[in-house]
Design a protein around this ligand. Structure first.
Ligand code: ZN
Length: 294
């Protein structure tokens, strides 16, 4: 029998039924060769399809987790903590400049440091207060105890990913489409990370300290100045006083939970009414969410 790789005669021969064609052994060889080619084509097609799928998957992942850069506009994120308050009017966005030094951190800054590990377990508090005056009535937000330096290192890939995730969560719109929802609810008025900053605008902007006169990145700026080893997070005055909706809701919920539950009379108790969730639903929260920004 001819091997499938054997060169076939060019002259067609009559087969057993008298039809002109290839002899049986030759047909078997041709069939075997065609079958092998078909399997090879199929395998190649499958591999190309798989490769195309993986490339498309990678591209999609890149789009959703694209590197933060100047001009990044923030889209929705899954499990946005701000969505828990979507029945409450969201706080307006305010920027309050610092003018003087205080000795104690604000309540809002302390509360934010306590809560931040919820969304940033790798982060470390590098401090709040630092009396740094820039002019007669101009100071760093640290001077008023309204800024936090949250250590995450851009040179550590896990830290970098976490920092970018934190920023995306803070500045994402909520389920109602409110931009920068969590930042507004917390009272976060600005942040700096990796030579980029956000001051309440639509997107990230260049952190000018990192750039030379020609506008290009200055490679000599050290990691701390460039905020490559920490995120600088600052609160407006309402956030610092725990008066934004995130904090007023938490305070109301905590107060409700701390309230002793009266013992219901056995004759009238309803299993549903006895559920804790009923107490939480009737927590007396201002439907306007106590959005007490100035
Ligand atoms: Zn700072």
């Amino acid at each position: 029998m001819l091997d499938a790789t054997t060169a076939l005669p060019t002259t067609a021969l009559p087969n057993a039924s008298g039809e002109v064609g290839e002899p049986d052994c030759l047909r078997s060889a041709i069939t075997a060769r065609r079958s092998r080619r078909s399997r090879t084509r199929h395998a190649l097609t499958t591999w190309f399809a798989l490769l195309a799928f993986l490339v498309a998957l990678g591209a999609a992942a890149d789009r959703s987790e694209a590197r933060l850069s100047t001009g990044t506009v923030f889209g929705p994120v899954a499990h946005n903590p701000a969505d828990a308050l979507d029945d409450t009017i969201i706080d307006d966005q305010f920027y309050d400049r610092a003018t003087h030094c205080v000795k104690q951190p604000t309540k809002g800054a302390l509360a934010l440091v306590k809560w931040l590990p919820t969304i940033s377990p790798r982060g470390i508090n590098w401090g709040i207060n630092r009396c740094e005056m820039w002019g007669k009535k101009s100071a760093s937000l640290h001077a008023e105890g309204r800024a936090i330096d949250w250590h995450l290192d851009v040179h550590n890939s896990a830290d970098k990913a976490e920092a970018e995730r934190v920023i995306r969560v803070l500045l994402a719109p909520d389920a109602n489409g409110n931009p920068h929802a969590l930042a507004r609810r917390l009272g976060v008025q600005g942040l700096i990370w990796n030579c980029q900053a956000w001051w309440g605008g639509q997107s990230l902007v260049r952190y000018s300290v990192c750039n030379g006169k020609n506008g290009r990145l200055n490679a000599k700026v050290d990691d701390t100045t460039a905020h490559r080893n920490h995120i600088h997070l600052e609160l407006n005055k309402a956030g610092a006083k725990l008066q934004t909706s995130w904090w007023t809701r938490r305070a109301a919920t905590t107060k409700t939970k701390a309230r002793p539950t009266p013992t219901p009379a056995p004759a009238v108790i309803d299993p549903v009414d006895a559920d804790d969730s009923q107490v939480a639903d009737d927590d007396g929260i201002n439907p306007d969410g106590g959005a007490t920004v100035r």
